[in-house]
Design a protein around this ligand. Structure first.
Ligand code: NAP
Length: 282
C-alpha cells in the first residue's frame, strides 16, 4: 500500500507507454515486500534537466532511462560508473547521499543471460550485427568478459570503424556483411539490429543460410516477437538460440539490486518471467 514511507522510482523517456518496466518493477516490489512505487514519465527533450532536478527534489531512490535519453542524461549526473562511461549510455540512476549516479545494466543483463546456459564467454569469437546503443552495451559487456575477438558488422564500414575506435580494445574490429557469407566460425552471433522486431516481423539480417560452427549460439536482442525470423532460421538449422527476454529481465534485476538491498538468491529470472506472464506482458 502506498503511504508516507513509499520510495519513489521512475522511467524517463519518450515514448514510454510501451515499456515493460513499470509492471515488472511494481510487481517485483510487491513480491519482495519493498515499499516502493515505479512510474513512467514521458519527458520532452527540453524538460530532461528539470526532470533530473525533480528526482533530487522529491528524493527519488532512482530511475531508469530509456530512448532517446540514455546518452544525453549523462551530462546531468554527478557520477558515472566506468562501464557506463565506456558504453556512453546510462539506463539506471541511483540517488544516494544527495548524488545522482549513472549505471548501465544492459551490458550486465546481456552477459548474465549466458550464465543461465552455463556458456563460458572467455576466449570466444563473437559477431555483433549493428552499431547502435544496444550493440555498444553488448560489445562492452563482452570485452569485460575476456572474449577472444569481437567483430562488429555494419552496412557501412566507416560506421563500424568509428564504433570500434570508440572502444579502447585491440580485439574488436569492424566488418561489413559480405564477410558473413564466408562461413567464419563465430561462437556467438548477436543480432543488435531492430530487423524482425514487432510490427515488422519476418525480416532477418541473416536471410536463409545460417553460418558459423554447428554449435554457434544465435542471440537476438529482440524480445517481441519472442522468436524472430533470425532465431527461427537458426533453430531450424539446429543451432542454439537466445532471445532478448533474458537481457531485459536481467537488466531489470541488476537495476533493482542497485536501488535496494535484498536477498538476491530469493529473486531469480524465473520469478520475473512469472510476473511478466501473470501481468500478461509476455
Ligand atoms: P538502433 O539504434 O535503432 O539500431 C541498431 C543498429 O541496427 C543501427 O545502428 C544499424 O547499424 C542497424 N540497422 C538499423 N536498421 C537496419 C536495417 N534496416 N538493416 C540493417 N541494419 C539496420 O537500435 P538499438 O537501440 O541499438 O537496439 C537494437 C535492438 O535491440 C532493438 O530491437 C531493441 O529493441 C533491442 N534491445 C533489446 C534490449 C533488451 O533488453 N533485450 C535492450 C536494448 C535494445 P548500421 O547502420 O551500422 O548497419
Amino acid at each position: 500500500m502506498i503511504n508516507g514511507n513509499t520510495k519513489l522510482l521512475c522511467l524517463l523517456g519518450s515514448p514510454v507507454e510501451h515499456s515493460f518496466s513499470p509492471a515488472m518493477h511494481n510487481a517485483s516490489f510487491q513480491k519482495l515486500g519493498i515499499n516502493a512505487s515505479y512510474m513512467a514519465f514521458d519527458v520532452k527533450p527540453e524538460s530532461l534537466e528539470q526532470a533530473l532536478k525533480g528526482l533530487r527534489t522529491l528524493n527519488f531512490v532512482g530511475a531508469n532511462v530509456t530512448y532517446p535519453y540514455k546518452e544525453h542524461v549523462m551530462s546531468y549526473l554527478d557520477d558515472i560508473d566506468p562501464k557506463a562511461k565506456e558504453i556512453g549510455a546510462v539506463n539506471t540512476i541511483v540517488h544516494k547521499d544527495g548524488k545522482l549516479c549513472g549505471y548501465n545494466t544492459d551490458a550486465d543483463g546481456f552477459i548474465e543471460s549466458f550464465n543461465r546456459f552455463q556458456f563460458e564467454l572467455k576466449n570466444k569469437k563473437i559477431a555483433i550485427l549493428g552499431t547502435g546503443g544496444a550493440a555498444k552495451a553488448v560489445a562492452v559487456g563482452l570485452l569485460y568478459s575476456n572474449v577472444k575477438e569481437v567483430h562488429v558488422f555494419s552496412r557501412n564500414l566507416e560506421k563500424a570503424t568509428l564504433f570500434c575506435n570508440s572502444l579502447d580494445y585491440p580485439n574488436i574490429c569492424p566488418r561489413t556483411y559480405d564477410i558473413l557469407d564466408e562461413d567464419y566460425p563465430y561462437d556467438v552471433i548477436v543480432n543488435s539490429t531492430p530487423l524482425g522486431m514487432h510490427p515488422k516481423i519476418g525480416h532477418s539480417i541473416i536471410n536463409s543460410e545460417i553460418v558459423g560452427y554447428n554449435n554457434t549460439v544465435f542471440y537476438d536482442l529482440i524480445y517481441n516477437p519472442q522468436e524472430t525470423e533470425f532465431l527461427k532460421n537458426a533453430r531450424l538449422s539446429g543451432r542454439r538460440t537466445i532471445n532478448g527476454l533474458d537481457m531485459l529481465i536481467y537488466q531489470g534485476i541488476y537495476a533493482l539490486r542497485r536501488w535496494f538491498d535484498f536477498d538476491q538468491t530469493k529473486w531469480t529470472r524465473d520469478d520475473v518471467e512469472d510476473i511478466l506472464k501473470e501481468s500478461q506482458i509476455i
